[in-house]
Design a protein around this ligand. Structure first.
Ligand code: IVH
Length: 676
């Protein structure tokens, strides 16, 4: 080799080392040291060298992540040590039974466990020879997998080479997965291209990593975490699993930062069970928590039964997905006339709850996902939200399924429906005559975030509407006790409390009233902006589109909708009736300065016990405070709930007072007392 070429080779190696180092800082430690532009410069320089001197190319070069040529089929790889699976525990009791058995077999009380989120993806093995990635393979049947090295190379967080201190030969195991967000984007793209949808992130990850063309894999934002060492030679690793994980991180592997070490089994159980609630806070799907005994000597002692180790167990959450038959598609008419299709399902159990109905969004969404009546569909129930139909199982079609057609007329009032170009929702334009819309508006008017007439629940609202006693929301204020007593199951006492509750609602802040009116596109936040700006309903009613549009945070679509609402004769009549009934229609001028939280600006982060996000924000505003999205110099207090985000860290950095809910209530009480 000429001296020139030697110098170029040295530079190429230097660049590879630098790029690998910066990849590690960026992808594993999340602490980049250089800008993206500087990184790109290093990468380009290396690409140029490799293009000019193909003999200097190397398969572990960071330039090789993009994927080379498509393969015909995957080569079969034999795992030197079988890749085991895990026994499952579906309850706390089964978890305890596992521990009891392990204790008995070990002949002593066991201490020291790790609890790791069970990432729902695809198990892979990475073999490093002479500290370079040599083979990446799927788990396959545990003994033989498929060689997907090319594809695994495309994943940014897979180190292509390891530092000096790594064992000479090392096999690690981990899980390849997609974030929830990436999964959604891939499915959106597939829907646009008319391809069948992936049922869940795991399938999407498996489909992506098993692509014969690595260029396709490279375009999928796959990620990986490493959770285990398979075997190693020519080096030392700790005899504790937890320490091994720390060591893997130092070698450049992405180890899950959500893993924890627990000393006692009680702590371990608590931690594993807690993940079921916390899973929503992760941006990737998990289907359980993996518990492992930390001491590797104890692991070896306990060994395995069949293909499952005795030293580890997966605590599995109840599945949140199920498949069932879509019997029909119903249509619900919303309070502003939108026609909302929903799925009528053959009843099915999901996470302990029987599901008969699920959300379907809108007509366009149904068409996009090609959901047909009679299809087998995948449904998902996450947390407290309404179950969703994810998509059809196309392979189970019999040919009897029929596409969904939105009716030409409103199912509640028969008026021809309207479609606005560019809007996903079809609507019933019969604002005043359509009984479904009027009933939905009544329910909304009394709801908690609106006029908060809590004694009128769904049943009573329906009875009031059906009996004709309440035809529009203003009729609530002329109800008499005699009228209420004509309703079924209504006693004197409850009638009185309904009337008291209605009377109390006359005095709600202006923002709630505006929100309660069901103006299209006006949610609680917009209503708050409108109230703060106009201070009275009369001023808002007299405003032009331009005046409303000029308010920060409000766009032309909302402005037009507000003006259109107040221009309608029927709406003005209802408002006059409300006025005559004594419903407050302005916020007291200047009164805000006297409110307990006047002058304070709050940021809220994390989950609270006693409030939803909307409720706490509303409470702060009603007490005269302001709510902001991010922590800045202007922030005076940060309310911190469970699992707070980066805002809490920022608040700490800026030295802002942090309050939990109790401290917030104490602050309100203290400031209210001062003002009396
Ligand atoms: S340990 C012998 N740790 O769960 C132990 N597995 O049902 C082998 N998984 O095949 C696995 N996260 O695909 C382990 N932190 C974790 C895991 C994990 C996800 C998957 C893995 C495995 C399956 C077992």
């Amino acid at each position: 080799m000429s001296t020139d070429l030697l110098a170029i080779q040295a530079r190429a190696e230097e660049l590879r080392r630098l790029i690998n180092y910066h990849n590690y800082r960026y992808y594993v430690l999340d602490q980049p040291e250089i800008s993206d532009a500087e990184y790109d410069r290093l990468m380009n320089e290396l690409r140029e060298i490799e293009a000019a001197h193909p003999e200097l190319q190397s398969p572990d070069s960071p330039t090789q992540r993009v994927g080379a040529t498509p393969a015909e089929a995957f080569r079969v790889v034999q795992h030197r040590i079988p890749m085991l699976s895990l026994a499952n525990a579906f309850s706390e009791e089964q978890l305890r039974a596992w521990y009891a058995r392990a204790t008995r077999l070990a002949g002593r009380e066991l201490r020291g466990f790790t609890v790791e989120p069970k990432v729902d993806g695809l198990a892979v093995s990475l073999v490093y020879e002479e500290r370079r990635l040599a083979v990446g393979a799927t788990r396959g049947d545990g003994f033989h997998g498929e060689d997907i090295t090319q594809n695994l190379r495309t994943i940014r967080r897979v180190p292509l080479s390891l530092p000096e201190q790594a064992p000479r030969v090392l096999e690690v195991r981990g899980e390849v997965f997609l974030s929830k967000d990436a999964f959604r984007r891939i499915n959106d793209e597939r829907a646009r291209e008319g391809q069948p949808l992936f049922a869940n992130p795991r399938n999407a990850a498996a489909g992506s990593v098993r692509q014969l063309d690595p260029r396709i894999t490279a375009r999928r934002p796959l990620d990986i975490i490493i959770y285990q060492v398979g075997w190693y030679e020519g080096g030392e690793l700790p005899r504790s699993h937890w320490q091994t994980l720390q060591c893997l991180k130092e070698l450049g592997f992405p180890v899950n930062p959500a893993n924890v070490y627990c000393d006692t089994f009680e702590e371990t159980v608590r931690c594993a069970l807690a993940w079921e609630q916390r899973r929503e806070t992760l941006d990737y799907e998990i289907d359980g928590a993996v518990i492992k005994i930390d001491d590797l000597d104890v692991q070896r002692e306990l060994g395995e039964v069949g293909r499952e180790p005795r030293w580890a167990i997966a605590y599995k959450f109840p599945p949140t997905q199920a498949t069932t038959k879509l019997l029909d598609i119903g249509i619900n008419v919303g309070r502003t006339g939108s026609l909302n299709p929903y799925a009528i399902l053959e009843p099915v159990q999901v996470a302990g709850v029987t599901i008969k109905l699920a959300a379907l969004h809108n007509e366009e969404d149904i068409r996009r996902k090609d959901i047909r009546i009679g299809d087998w569909v995948i449904i998902q129930r996450a947390g407290e939200v309404i179950p969703q139909v994810i998509g059809p199982i196309v392979s189970r079609r019999t040919g009897q399924e029929r596409p969904f057609e939105l009716p030409a007329t409103c199912p509640a009032c028969g008026t021809p429906i309207e479609r606005v170009p560019g809007e996903a929702m079809a609507r019933c334009p019969n604002w005043f005559g359509c009984p479904a819309q009027r009933y939905e508006r009544l329910k909304h008017f009394v709801s908690r975030d609106a006029m908060d007439i809590e004694t009128i629940g769904e049943k009573l609202a329906e009875a009031l509407f059906r009996s004709g006693l309440v035809q529009d929301v203003a009729d609530l204020y002329s109800l008499t006790k005699e009228q209420l007593l004509t309703l079924e199951r209504m006693g004197d006492k409850s009638a009185q409390s309904v009337l008291d509750n209605i009377a109390a609602s006359k005095n709600r802040p202006l923002a709630r009233l505006i929100f309660a009116l069901s103006i299209r596109h006006v949610g609680l936040q917009t209503a708050q902006l409108l109230a703060a700006h106009f201070k009275s309903l009369d001023a808002l009613m007299a405003a032009t589109v331009d005046e409303i549009d000029a308010i920060e945070g409000i766009g032309p679509k909302i402005a037009e909708s507000v003006v259109e609402f107040f221009a309608a004769e029927e709406n003005r009549k209802v408002i006059e009736k409300l006025r005559r009934a004594g419903v407050r229609m302005q916020d007291d001028g200047g009164g805000r300065d006297g409110l307990p939280l006047a002058g304070l600006t709050f940021v809220v982060t994390g989950r609270l016990q006693g409030y939803t996000r909307l409720q706490i924000e509303q409470r702060i505003r009603e007490l005269g405070g302001q709510v902001a999205d991010s922590v800045t110099k202007k922030t005076t207090h940060v309310i911190v709930g469970e699992d707070p985000g980066s805002k809490a860290a920022r608040a700490r950095q800026l030295g802002k007072p942090m309050l939990d809910e109790a401290a917030f209530e104490a602050l309100v009480a203290e400031r209210s007392a001062k003002r009396q």
